[in-house]
Design a protein around this ligand. Structure first.
Ligand code: 6R9
Length: 569
């Protein structure tokens, strides 16, 4: 099957771009009514796709269930009515605190249909992480499962505004104060609903950012975001009518809502969801069983697949795959080359943030991929890199600067919850600063360097962690790596690398020296780690991002700061 999109080329799309293209296709205007819940279900039914599967769901043990767009429509109506009957009002924050069960996806649409603000949080969060975010958002209700309700019970006394704790699978279990049982299958199915008349600027989703560099912030999205999410899903993920699409991100992370709910369903795409943790074989078997065609994943998962080698991939029929995309962290060249070897297809990198709401820089389908580069701005997005001294774009390709976007695309957040000053501080000279560094080559391709705070200053030379980590990952023993600054009396900072090894390798001074020399030969003596520490695992956020800040703080003897999004808290 071809990997080339059927839509016009990147250059043609850029030349004729207008977000009105998406507005027309979605049947919305900036001043009219838009409701994401309605657009992702009712409208798809009106287009004649009521009986098309919308969600093919499977849990860790292989039990599954399929929901059509008509099911999605009626069941999200049902949840909307249920929540409104509890007395919940439009504009109130309603948290989704569940594993990737169908109620999570349907509940998300239901909340939006009754005008609530959906606040998805990772079900793996412990009490403290949950409390910080519910307290900050002054959340009125939480939808959760029996297995997680204990965490809510522990903190509810500190949350006087949390009026309803809705348990979706309570069964006969005894409930406590403020708790109600909502058995979706047993509620009368609501066929007709007057959906809340939201417009473009009505708040829709409140996402707490992964917090790799500090306190989590509540990113405030609006219903108009669907305009960007719809079109980027269609063009970048290249969604076609017959696709079986798998986004393996949890909706606690923006990828799991923008491209695990809104983008694909606004396109009427069939999605598969696997409610289970990572396992190479389980994932390949899932792709094989459901004949997945488009797969949206992340470097952290791809590195684990790489660690297990191409042989495992050959045990499964993965030939249904025709388009692969990646997000969340820099995608190193090695991973692109490996995926070509393992699946016969390259991963296409996509760069964006909770704040941008949609993909902003990407290896567009059909555009030649330069392995290691993130690609070019999505048509309609003006992206550049600024000289950090002047906050002006460079007048030539090459130098490393701050990634900056011209504000105004539909899915940009409108503020940080309770923190307008924090939001205002992200803008300089009329540009929105992403907080990342990159360079642009003469062909207009962006090359990621690192988060601003992760750049290493060794003897006055700025070294990006991505370059060093990419080189480390090319060494046959290295599974994962993080390069951070370590204090040095002469050079101010030197590079220290933390490394996890592939099965069968043992850390020690010989391997350390070998890897150091490997990096020196590939890059430069400057980029060579002065020290390599072999570790069993690296600190990561729940969305799989390596948190270099924590490793660096230890080297400098500084406090590690907020750790509430960490995987192994
Ligand atoms: C969607 C998402 C945003 C930060 C972003 C950057 C990093 C995301 C990337 C990437 C290099 C890519 N990031 N995609 N870095 N290449 N393709 O991840 O949102 O959780 O808010 O994180 O993630 O540092 O600024 P979010």
């Amino acid at each position: 099957m071809s990997t080339v999109a059927t839509h016009p080329s990147y250059d043609e799309l850029c030349a004729n771009f207008d977000w009105a293209i998406a507005e027309r296709e979605l049947g919305v205007t900036r001043s009219g009514r838009i409701n994401i819940g309605w657009h992702c279900s009712d409208r798809i039914c009106e287009l004649g796709l009521a009986s098309k599967p919308a969600l093919i769901w499977e849990n860790f043990s292989g039990t599954g269930r399929t929901y059509t767009f008509d099911d999605l429509r009626a069941l999200s109506n049902t949840i909307a009515v249920y929540l409104a009957d509890l007395g919940l009002q439009p504009g109130e924050r309603i948290c989704l605190f569940m594993d990737r069960v169908p109620d999570l996806y349907i509940g998300f649409l239901g909340i939006l249909k009754m005008g609530g603000i959906a606040q998805p949080l990772f079900s793996a969060f412990g009490g403290d992480s949950l409390w910080t975010r519910l307290a900050d958002a002054r959340t009125s209700a939480i939808l959760t499962q029996r297995k997680h309700v204990g965490k809510v019970r522990k903190i509810r006394e500190k949350l006087p505004e949390l009026r309803h704790i809705v348990v979706v699978d309570a069964g006969e279990a005894p409930l406590q104060e403020r708790e109600v049982a909502m058995a979706l299958d047993e509620l009368p199915r609501v066929e007709r609903l007057d959906v809340y008349p939201s417009t473009s600027e009505t708040p829709s989703v409140l996402h707490y950012t992964s917090g790799t560099t500090g306190q989590p912030k509540g990113a405030q999205h609006v219903h108009y975001s669907i305009v960007s999410q719809y079109l980027t899903a269609k063009w970048v993920l290249d969604l076609q009518p017959d696709d079986i699409y798998w986004c393996n991100a949890d909706p606690g992370w923006v990828t799991g809502t923008s491209y695990g709910i809104i983008g694909p369903w606004a396109n009427g795409t069939t999605q598969v969801v696997l409610d289970s943790g990572f396992s190479t074989e389980r994932w390949y078997a899932f792709i094989d069983k459901h004949r997945v065609t488009v797969w949206y994943s992340a470097p952290t998962a791809i590195r684990l697949l790489m660690r297990d080698g191409t042989k495992v991939a050959r045990k499964y029929a993965l030939t249904s795959l025709r388009h692969l995309c990646s997000v969340g962290e820099p995608l190193n060249a090695e991973a692109v080359i490996w995926s070509q070897e393992a699946f016969g297809l390259p991963f296409h990198d996509t760069f964006w943030q909770t704040e941008t709401g949609c993909i902003v820089v990407t290896n567009f389908p059909g555009m030649p991929i330069k392995p290691g580069s993130m690609g070019k701005p999505f048509p309609g997005i003006t992206a550049t890199v600024l000289n950090p001294k002047t906050n002006e774009p460079y007048d030539r390709p090459g130098p490393v600067g701050l990634i900056a976007l011209r504000p105004g695309w539909p899915s940009m957040i409108r503020s940080y919850w309770n923190n307008p000053t924090g939001y205002a501080s992200k803008f300089k000279n009329g540009w929105y600063l992403c907080g990342d560094r990159a360079s642009i080559d003469p062909d207009g391709y962006f090359w990621f360097v690192g988060r601003d705070d992760d750049v290493i200053n060794t003897g006055g030379h700025l070294v990006g962690p991505f370059e060093i980590e990419s080189a480390l990952l090319e060494h046959p023993a290295v599974a994962e790596s993080a390069a951070v600054a370590k204090p040095d009396p002469v050079n101010m900072e030197v590079v220290k690398a933390f490394v996890t090894l592939k099965p069968g390798f043992e850390g020690g001074p010989d391997l350390e020296l070998e890897i150091m020399n490997f990096v020196r030969n590939k890059l430069s003596p400057l980029a060579m780690p002065q020290e390599i520490e072999f570790v069993p695992s690296l600190p990561k956020t729940r969305s799989g991002k390596i948190v270099r800040r924590i490793l660096r703080a230890k080297e400098w003897g500084e406090p590690v700061g907020d750790t509430s999004t960490l995987m192994d808290e």
